[in-house]
Each structure stands twice: as structure tokens, then as C-alpha cells.
Design a protein around this ligand. Structure first.
Ligand SMILES: [Zn+2]
Length: 139
């Protein structure tokens, strides 16, 4: 949105918005910006396929790989919508981004320490292997 201040100087203000979730949508926290990720037991309890959690963790790893370690998208949360044809849509919202540049992406950016925390807990899975960046970090 463009505005003109009291001195006649033009300034731009930004607004980020998204559609409201439906009231029937159940909100899920899949990962956070620290070391939390939904466990197999919790996924089962919430009726979520564990493969989805693995895919989301691989997505965070992918963002790190693709940016050459500059950033990582974490704090993955949102809703799973069931379509009329029986397929599902995953709608994610409000992610956090860890970046080497601590001046970007707000106060949930834990920088390289946040990325290290992720990798301390992350075990590469089927999707990391499929995407070709898995490393052997089994405990
Ligand atoms: Zn991985």
C-alpha cells in the first residue's frame, strides 16, 4: 500500500494476509523452530500419515540444501483439507525462517544455531534420500 506522509514523502507499507481456515479444519503443529517435531505416536493419534511428517522434515532439510546453508524454513504448521474427490491438501501457515543473516525474517530466526538444532535432531529419511541430499546421521 502506498501512502504519503505529512511531508509529502511517499512510503510503502506491506501487509501479509491469507484466507481464514474453515472452522471445521483441525490445526496441526508438525514442527517448530526449535527441536520439536510431531512424533509417530502423536501423528497416529491425530490420524496423520507419518510419511507426511517425514516429507515436512525433508522439506526443511531441502530448503537448507537449496539455499546452500543460507536459510532453513521451519515451524511447519497448518491444516489438512479433504477435497470432494477424497484427495487431501496441506495448507501451511506462519513458518519461521532461520537464516545466517539474523537481521532478516523476524525474531523467530535463530540463525545458524537454529539450523544446528534442527540437524542435531533430524534423521534423514526416505524423502531426503529421494531428493539426493541424505547423509548418514542415524543414531
Ligand atoms: Zn534430511
Amino acid at each position: 500500500m502506498r501512502e504519503t506522509d505529512e511531508n509529502g514523502k511517499e512510503k510503502i507499507r506491506y501487509l501479509c494476509a491469507e484466507n481464514r481456515f474453515r472452522d471445521s479444519d483441525k490445526f496441526h503443529k508438525f514442527t517448530n523452530n526449535a527441536t520439536f517435531f510431531m512424533t509417530e505416536a502423536n501423528a497416529k493419534k491425530e490420524g496423520i500419515d507419518l510419511k507426511l511428517i517425514e516429507m515436512l522434515l525433508a522439506f526443511s532439510h531441502f530448503t537448507y540444501q537449496e539455499s546452500n546453508g543460507y536459510l532453513m524454513i521451519v515451524d511447519l504448521q497448518g491444516v489438512i483439507n479433504c477435497n470432494e474427490d477424497g484427495s487431501n491438501n496441506l495448507i501451511l501457515t506462519d513458518p519461521s525462517i532461520h537464516s545466517k543473516n539474523l537481521l532478516r525474517f523476524g525474531k523467530t530466526n535463530f540463525g545458524e544455531k537454529g539450523m544446528k538444532n534442527f540437524f542435531d535432531e533430524h534423521r534423514c529419511n526416505y524423502f531426503c534420500k529421494l531428493l539426493g541430499f541424505a547423509f548418514d546421521n542415524a543414531k
